[in-house]
Design a protein around this ligand. Structure first.
Ligand code: SF4
Ligand code: SF4
Length: 104
């Protein structure tokens, strides 16, 4: 019997709405804190200045929110409910999980 195919999960962070800040105590980190499967991660941004060596392109003052383990998301919706500005979109095989359906 063929193994069951896993849905393709895509998590998008709207950078204009997101209030994430690693260093600002008032900056939001709710999705990171609430996700039971630790889907989210952060790293400093890299300046797109290719005239300097790679290790010097890191800007430690500005960190970005990433979803490197989105394939493991089970669609529980906890992050959607926690994200006040509605900065997150999650799709399974292209179908969005509605915040309402997730219990928001
Ligand atoms: S829906 Fe649930 S498992 Fe998926 S990223 Fe959000 S909190 Fe994590
Ligand atoms: S909960 Fe929403 S606003 Fe807060 S860090 Fe996550 S995506 Fe950004």
């Amino acid at each position: 019997m063929a193994p069951e195919r896993q849905a393709v999960v895509e998590i998008t962070v709207n950078e204009e709405k997101c209030r994430f800040s690693l260093y600002d105590p008032s900056g939001c980190k709710r999705c990171i804190e609430i996700c039971p499967l630790a889907i989210f991660a952060t790293r400093p941004i890299q300046k797109r200045d290719f005239s300097v060596p790679r290790e010097q392109r890191v800007d430690p003052t500005i960190w970005m929110l990433l979803t490197p383990w989105q394939d493991y998301c089970d669609g529980c919706g906890a992050c959607l409910r926690a994200c006040e500005p509605g900065a997150l979109t999650i799709t399974f095989d292209g179908m969005p999980i509605e915040a309402k359906a997730a219990g928001r």
